[in-house]
Design a protein around this ligand. Structure first.
Ligand code: HEC
Ligand code: HEC
Length: 348
């Protein structure tokens, strides 16, 4: 946790979250110690029948790990949708996310090491976070509360060997992103994020249609926001950039998020340019600015603090500060292209 270097306010938030968790875990059982006890996955993180996989238009980048996400609703349970497109799940819902690493990023069929599975369970009206670490032979996974550092070696997209100290977050850290200053809640599932195809075994099918077919939704909802796959070069650049910022930054950079005091808010519905960082002077001066004066200098990526911080791997400077330790090269390239494309402006 020490190398994460949260701001003082975040230490406070984390402290409160720790207290809340500590008191909650005295009152309740801490959860099954083996992932297999949930009856969700068998060896090799293989999902059982009844778990429904989903993908997101714009996922969170986590050190080039593979991610698989699954939903399980209680019998008869139904998802409703809020006016702004967020899913509301029934009591007893479980959402699972499994992380792994391919030996060779250039080869989707290379061996995959399964590392961890995270769960969110809606119980008693609250989302309870769990994280499990897989055995070396992927036979089962063990509950951890304190997280872990796991050395991982893989061949990157340039054919070079990368060794990283991958971070599995503690259950307190879940709240940094899933709660901010509020309760833990799911981040991905919303109409626009799931409005894409997935192959459930009979060819590509729209994920929302599939949920309707299962009886998990009454009808297919539609959402107004332009979520696209940020790496889809056929999509409009502006939508790709805003989807990327939403997925990778907005869980902290939003009202009530862990970074709300920075004044930089990246949720995809945000329309205020100053909030988005255009010509915005940073909340704190110092080495986090790299000597640049504004977060986004329209038309000039190299004068934008945003890029300086995304290109850094130094704790205290690097953005996002969690979870990844590596720079997301493709994300940096997208931000560079987007900022360069913005009509030039004199910020000084
Ligand atoms: C650095 C921020 C961050 C931390 C720390 C974090 N998560 Fe998440 N998590 C996300 C984001 C963003 C998503 C949605 C995007 C995605 O899945 O790619 C997500 C997705 C999930 C999902 C799938 C459902 C959903 O919310 O979209 C589960 C389950 C989950 N996280 C559990 C956990 C648990 C348990 C912990 C703590 C052990 C944790 N996460 C820590 C950012 C974080
Ligand atoms: C896990 C939470 C978290 C995530 C995720 C995150 N940030 Fe931050 N960010 C912070 C915090 C906290 C601050 C304020 C303290 C500081 O400047 O380090 C901050 C500050 C910043 C600043 C300086 C803002 C100012 O005006 O002072 C920039 C620029 C920034 N973040 C960019 C990003 C970008 C771009 C992403 C996504 C690629 C991102 N951040 C993701 C927590 C986060």
């Amino acid at each position: 946790m020490s190398e994460v270097r949260p701001s003082p306010r975040r230490w406070l938030t984390a402290g409160i979250a720790t207290l809340a968790l500590a008191s909650a875990s005295c009152a309740e059982d801490p959860g099954p110690t083996q992932l297999s006890e949930w009856g969700l996955f068998t060896a090799g993180a293989t999902p059982v029948d009844g778990l429904v996989e989903y993908e997101l238009q714009a996922p969170l980048f986590s050190d080039y790990s593979t991610k698989r996400r699954f939903l399980r609703l209680p019998p008869g349970g139904e998802i409703t949708v809020t006016a702004d497109g967020h899913f509301v799940f029934p009591e007893g819902t479980i959402i699972a996310k499994t992380f792994g690493f391919r030996d060779d990023l250039r080869d989707a069929s290379s061996h995959e090491r399964i590392v961890e599975t995270r769960l969110l369970e809606l119980r008693g009206g609250r989302w309870i976070p769990y994280v499990y670490l897989w055995n070396d032979d992927a036979s089962d996974a063990q509950l951890t509360r304190i997280g872990a550092r796991i050395p991982i070696t893989f061949t990157d997209l340039h054919g070079e060997t990368q060794t990283i100290n991958y971070r599995v977050p503690s259950t307190t850290q879940c709240g940094n992103c899933h709660g901010g200053q509020g309760d833990v809640a799911p981040l991905g599932p919303r109409v626009e994020q799931l409005d894409r195809d997935h192959d459930y075994g009979a060819g590509p099918e729209n994920q929302l249609d599939h949920l309707v077919e299962l009886g998990w939704m009454v009808s297919r909802p539609s959402g107004p926001l332009p979520f696209v796959d940020p790496m889809d070069e056929a999509a409009p650049l502006e939508d790709r950039a805003r989807s990327y910022l939403h997925a990778n930054c907005a869980h902290c950079h939003r009202q009530e998020g862990a970074a709300d005091q920075s004044g930089l808010w990246f949720d995809i519905a945000q329309t205020d340019e100053a909030r988005l960082g255009f010509c915005k002077i940073p909340a704190a001066a110092g080495r986090g600015t790299g000597g640049r004066s504004v977060d986004i200098w329209p038309g000039d990526p190299d004068r934008s603090i945003l890029l300086f911080r995304m290109e850094s791997t130094e704790p205290g400077i690097k953005m996002p500060e969690l979870p990844a330790v590596l720079v997301h090269e493709e994300g940096v390239a997208l931000m560079r292209e987007w900022i360069a494309s913005l009509p030039a402006r004199a910020c000084d």
